[in-house]
Design a protein. Sequence first.
Length: 183
Amino acid sequence: MKALFIKYKSVVKFILTFLTVYFVLTFAYKFYLDFSDGSTYYPDYFTNLVANQSEALIDAFGYQAKVVRHPSEPSMKVIINEKFVARVVEGCNSISVLILFISFIIAFSGQFKITFFYLVAGCILIYSVNLLRIAILSIGLYNYPWRREILHTVIFPMIIYGMVFLLWMFWVNRFSKQKQNDA
């Protein structure tokens, strides 16, 4: 058994680092959500921020958007040209995707400076693409409401998770310590 651990030391280290970072960040985010009272920013700061920035983006695309507090659930209603089209819930704010991205990059970390800047740039890119995703999805639901299922459950998750996967592959092939050790 010891021989297996020695042979697969880098794999075990990756898995343990990934899981540790993932659970610490997830627990911290869950702690934040549990103590976010929603009185100032409803339902929580990040979801509110994403909803309001999405509203501004939809407006920039030439639609009249309005984001309002949902009266009976913790979400923000997206209204385009006086038509309710979508809800922005906690899962739409990209925090869970960012936690996944950060955990992987740290588990495959390279030099500190490069890792730090890649994390910052990657998080900004993921956050920005998520805002675009919400805006375009909302506009798509406004114009093509009968395509709701495919837009929300297939196309737009594929975009965000596909981009994260490409960022991971780029990282592993260009900057990680594992790549440097193989060279």
